[in-house]
Design a protein around this ligand. Structure first.
Ligand SMILES: [Zn+2]
Length: 61
C-alpha cells in the first residue's frame, strides 16, 4: 500500500501513520467523530427492520 496520506495524498510519515502529519491525523479524527454521530443515528434506525425480519422469519416456521 503506497497510496500516501488519505487526507492530502502526501507521503506518509512513520510517526503519524497512516497520515503525513499531525494536522492530517487531526482532520481525519474530526471527520471520524462527526461521522460517528451520523452512523450512530443510522445504526439505531437500521436495527429495527433487521429485528422485525428475523422475528417474522421465525414465526413462519
Ligand atoms: Zn496529509
Amino acid at each position: 500500500m503506497s497510496t500516501g496520506c488519505p487526507i492530502c495524498g502526501k507521503p506518509v510519515a512513520t510517526a503519524f501513520r497512516p497520515f503525513c502529519s499531525k494536522r492530517c491525523a487531526d482532520v481525519d479524527l474530526q471527520r471520524w467523530l462527526s461521522g460517528r454521530y451520523v452512523v450512530a443515528g443510522a445504526d439505531d434506525d437500521a436495527e429495527n427492520p433487521l429485528g422485525n425480519g428475523l422475528s417474522e422469519d421465525g414465526r413462519e416456521e
